[in-house]
Design a protein around this ligand. Structure first.
Ligand SMILES: NCCCC[C@H](N)C(=O)NCC(=O)O
Length: 463
């Protein structure tokens, strides 16, 4: 069946993806402003790194609560609420001089950021066909990545030229503009009104007659035949008293496909996150001994490679649904092997090997999006937000643990500050990634087999 307004799904997706890009701008708004932030609040490097850590902890910690609220209130409300939190956070950041209020600002930014990505992912199966979903998901990730580019250089230039307050109020203003746009465009699903329409009680024809691009074909998890036995309580008991948090979690984790998605997200993106969020530049400059221009040149390769990987993996995982988890495992194994070559190389790794690392490692980011495809195939519809939040926690838990462990192992070796950095200390510290890869790959292997068995037992086919 053809959709009445084939453009509407793309317009809704465009504004949702823009909201995600704004979340990434907010998330990485301090990335290029380390020294300016230290000067503005008169803080040391440890307090500065606390800003990033607190924000990440809030992001990861809120994934399941946000997922629960997402199932209850819908994606539009959550995306707009997230935008409100982030705009409030950046307004506080722009106007206060007290470091504790600045930390509160970062908590708000982390909370708003936590609301955005999984809500955008929740919208997609409502508007697109099963075949389109992997490509649209990867494009969403790619647009988010573009947000990161915007937040680094342009924001640093605005802060340098017009001052701290103008720079952060500017970020807040962009967020408010995109929220207003969202209020008039975002719809949870075909047939639903926008926030503006719901507030005025007049749902227009465009909303009422909207159709999914997958109309006529069932989408994602929702396409599978009714599950039997073990899954029945999950599907039928849609509303529980309160948020029923633990009960929901227990039921969700009982599904091997959801556990598989969690481990896929846990295992593939952390090496990239750890590198770009904190330890990449110190390793390249303080460890390998490169100058900062060469190090930032290498980091640019990371951005280009990650975007290219997204464009390649979308169509591939859509075409080879049965093979998507193996693709993810192959990429993670390749990242691990290249890292092993760097760590085992006697002395500083040669430039060609570093370039290979910068090309291969970023594939882990887009590869982690496969986790959301797996989650969609195995999470009952009424749990979709909760399930996406649960899966999205995986990569962030692994990234946080590895970031902290690398700092800890550097400290243990007496190499915790730029004056004492050494290549050997970094090599030992980065080796903490190995057990995470091995544990993750083993769990994917185990859960993949369990999922296959579960699907055979329940007569379900992968879509
Ligand atoms: N182009 C890489 C996108 C990676 C996305 C990543 N796996 C993820 O889960 N992101 C969540 C977020 O909030 O950004």
């Amino acid at each position: 069946m053809r959709t009445a307004r084939p453009l509407l799904p793309w317009v809704v997706w465009g504004v949702a993806a823009l909201s995600y890009a704004v979340a990434v701008i907010n998330r990485s708004s301090l990335a290029a402003l380390g020294p300016a932030t230290q000067q503005h609040f008169d803080i040391d490097a440890t307090t500065l790194s606390m800003f990033a850590m607190i924000q990440l902890v809030v992001y990861a910690g809120l994934q399941i609560p946000v997922g629960t609220l997402l199932d209850r209130f819908g994606a539009t409300t959550m995306i707009l609420t997230g935008g409100l939190f982030m705009a409030a956070g950046q307004t506080i950041m722009a106007t206060v001089a007290d470091v504790w209020l600045a930390i509160l600002a970062r908590v708000l930014v982390g909370a708003g950021d936590a609301c955005t990505f999984i809500s955008v992912m929740r919208l997609l199966p409502e508007w697109f066909s099963v075949r389109q979903l992997p490509v649209v998901s990867q494009l969403t990730g790619l647009i988010g990545q573009a947000g990161q580019l915007v937040s680094v250089t342009p924001l640093a230039l605005v802060v340098a030229g017009f001052g701290w307050t103008s720079g952060f109020l500017g970020v807040a203003a962009i967020g408010v503009l995109v929220m207003i746009l969202g209020g008039f465009v975002l719809r949870n699903a075909p047939g639903d009104g926008t926030l503006a329409e719901r507030l005025t009680g007049r749902v227009g024809r465009l909303s009422r007659e909207a159709r999914s691009l997958g109309a006529g074909e069932a989408t994602g998890a929702f396409a599978m035949p009714p599950p039997e036995t073990g899954m029945m309580p999950v599907i039928t008991k849609r509303r529980m008293p309160g948020l029923g948090f633990w009960d929901k979690l227990r039921r969700l984790v009982a599904l091997p496909g959801v556990r598989l998605a969690f481990w896929v997200h846990f295992t593939s993106p952390f090496a990239l996150n750890v590198f770009i969020l904190l330890w990449g530049t110190p390793f390249l400059t303080g460890g390998v001994g490169l100058d900062s221009a060469t190090a930032s040149g290498l980091l640019n390769i990371v951005v280009v490679s990650s975007m290219t990987a997204g464009l390649l993996l979308g169509p591939l995982s859509s075409r080879f649904v049965e093979r998507r988890v193996f693709m993810n495992m192959g990429i993670t194994t390749a990242v691990m092997l290249v890292w092993l070559a760097v760590l085992l190389w006697a002395g500083p790794p040669p430039m060609w090997l570093l370039i290979v690392l910068m090309i291969v490692m970023p594939f882990g980011g887009p590869a982690s999006m496969i986790a959301f495809e797996v989650a969609r195939s195995h999470t009952p519809r009424s749990f979709a937000g909760f399930g996406t939040g649960f899966v999205n926690m995986g990569g962030f838990i692994a990234s946080l643990l590895v970031i902290v462990l690398i700092g800890f192992v550097l400290d243990l070796q007496g190499a915790g500050s730029p004056d004492h950095y050494s290549l050997t200390a970094f090599k030992v510290a980065f080796a903490v990634q190995i057990p995470f890869w091995l544990c993750g790959l083993t769990m994917i292997f185990v859960e993949q087999r369990r999922t296959k068995r579960w699907m055979q037992e329940h007569g379900r086919r992968l879509r």
